[in-house]
Design a protein. Structure first.
Length: 236
């Protein structure tokens, strides 16, 4: 294996969650760095790398050819999961999109999503809504990982088919597996989530109408729960 493609900490963390000897679909592949890296290391049998426009697809074909992985990685242009047949690949990876876009992709191709053994997802925003969607649609969270690249902290969520108990608001925000595992970046992740809600509450405080709203009460209650968790317990 060449092993000379450097893909950065975020994509590498996603790549390390892919099991050995599976086939994958990488949706929104951009330059196809991740499937090429996985193919180069002999992790995957094959990959379908998909993107919605010609520009990224051309860049992806270029990467695949440059690293001699044409026999392992096929680039296809198309929208979301429409580029693969149900059951064509074991795992589906979507990284670098908002959670809302990911949910739209799964809702548009429910049969294809259901046939996947794993969904490996790295939302740029809205991870809590992705957890809620998973919880309500027959997916359980198998694993959650935090990774830092530059000044950004990313959440990676691994879903498998199966049910689990309904998540609390706190679990949706922080991540049930992250709450259990408390990885090294947990403190930073926790502070980031708290900060976002403190800011939201502060903005709402400026309007008497907003202060009376149900949304304000929801956020206030959630923040109290978060801060309660933060009384020394989250650093353990």
């Amino acid at each position: 294996m060449g092993g000379n493609l450097n893909i950065g900490a975020r994509l590498e963390a996603i790549g390390r969650l892919v099991p050995q000897n599976v086939s994958i679909a990488d949706i929104g592949t951009d330059h196809a760095y991740l499937p090429t890296w996985l193919a180069e290391r002999g992790v995957i049998i094959k990959a379908v790398a998909g993107d919605i426009t010609e520009g990224p697809c051309a860049a992806a074909r270029n990467t695949v050819a440059m690293y001699g992985m044409n026999d392992k990685v096929e680039v296809r242009m198309g929208n979301g999961l429409s580029i693969i047949e149900p059951g064509e690949t074991d795992d589906i990876i979507i990284a670098g999109m908002g959670a809302g876009t990911m949910i739209e992709i799964f809702e548009a191709s429910r049969d294809t999503a259901k046939e996947a053994r794993k969904l490996i997802l790295q939302p740029m925003a809205g991870a809590s809504s992705l957890r809620r969607w998973a919880n309500a649609n027959g997916w359980r969270i198998d694993d959650e990982v935090l990774v830092e690249e530059g000044r950004h902290l990313y959440e990676i969520i691994v879903l498998e088919r199966g049910a689990e108990a309904a998540f609390t608001a706190l679990e949706c925000e922080i991540g049930p597996r992250l709450l259990e595992q408390r990885p090294p970046l947990f403190k930073k992740h926790f502070a980031k989530v708290c900060g976002q809600y403190q800011k939201m509450l502060l903005n709402m405080c400026r309007s008497a109408e907003a202060r009376q709203s149900e949304k304000y009460q929801e956020i206030y209650t959630l923040l109290q729960e978060l801060e309660g968790l933060g009384d020394g317990s989250y650093g353990k």
